[in-house]
Design a protein around this ligand. Structure first.
Ligand SMILES: C[S@@+](CC[C@H](N)C(=O)[O-])C[C@H]1O[C@@H](n2cnc3c(N)ncnc32)[C@H](O)[C@@H]1O
Length: 276
């Protein structure tokens, strides 16, 4: 069994912010736009996050003779304008890049339609904040939501996208930490969506096995992983299974409580971390 010493006390919030911590990670109930500013520059090994996408509709779909279908992802996903959403995205991204170590990788679930926010080679956020574009990973869902008749005007949405980059630095090598087997390095992952794995009530819970695959390739045991939009804590679950130290920030108290409960009951598989 690997026993590690992680200086995580230095990562605990300095103010009275509600938080949970044990030897495997920290969860903070707060606003990332405020909390990220409290972290030291160049101190975190990886970003793995699933932020608001601005794809939510603020209404339900009511069809005659049928049960209403919710199109809301959650209030957190509704912005008053495209500019407001862009500004929000830029703010959290800028702070996150600052606290990542040079060479650290970034994985961001995002809508395909707006991937250019990050990847546009002329003026995207990667270029602006010194991040090298690596890839866009496709998550192919084996059980996407079927269309109802009025939606049959386009393809069924059976994929999600993860934008991948690495923080540049002078003389820094941005190669991936653990190149896995050839087929494991294909830039897609196939697994079910919510109804296959769901453990919580969060509408956007992501598959832990997909997150574990990402962490295996791009982190080592004991690395510090930040997720500023923690939701139900799926990133923490993947970290805990692999002995990576998670730092989660979640603004919504219900989701924060949900993630704490989930992580508390989950046992590590191979490793445990010892506090200093
Ligand atoms: C798409 S969900 C993440 C779901 C997560 N990947 C999971 O598997 O459960 C985004 C989360 O970000 C949270 N959020 C939105 N704005 C935030 C902010 N400013 N600071 C911290 N969390 C925020 C929302 O409450 C929501 O739970």
């Amino acid at each position: 069994m690997v026993v590690l010493k992680v200086g995580f006390n230095a990562l605990l919030p300095t103010t009275e912010t509600t938080h949970f911590n044990d030897s495997s990670g920290i969860i903070i109930n707060g606003d990332s736009l405020i909390e990220l500013k409290k972290y030291k520059s160049n101190s975190i090994d990886l970003l793995l996050t699933d932020p608001p996408y601005n794809i939510s509709f603020n209404h339900n779909l009511a069809l005659k003779g049928r049960k209403e279908i919710t199109l809301k992802q959650g209030d957190y996903d509704v912005f008053e304008s495209e500019d407001a959403f862009y500004n929000f995205t830029e703010q959290w991204f800028k702070e996150t890049v600052r606290i990542l170590k040079p060479g650290a990788w970034l994985y961001i679930f995002f809508s395909k339609e707006r991937s250019g926010y990050f990847t546009d080679p002329r003026n995207g956020l990667f270029k602006k904040y010194g991040v090298e574009y690596k890839d866009i990973i496709t998550w192919a869902k084996t059980n996407p939501l079927p269309h109802i008749p009025v939606q049959r005007t386009k393809y069924v949405s059976a994929t999600e996208f993860i934008i991948v980059g690495a923080k540049k630095g002078v003389g820094i090598d941005t190669k991936i930490k653990n190149y896995l087997g050839h087929t494991e390095m294909y830039n897609y992952y196939i697994t079910g969506s919510g109804s296959t794995y769901k453990e919580t009530e969060h509408t956007n819970e992501k598959p832990v096995e997909l997150l574990r695959w990402i962490l295996k390739a791009s982190t080592n045991t004991g690395d510090k992983v930040i997720d500023p939009f923690f939701g139900s804590g799926s990133t923490g679950m993947a970290c805990k299974a692999l002995g990576r130290f998670y730092i989660g920030i979640e603004i919504n108290k219900n989701f924060y409580d949900m993630s704490v409960k989930r992580l508390k009951k989950y046992k590590t598989i191979n490793n445990f971390l010892e506090t200093e």
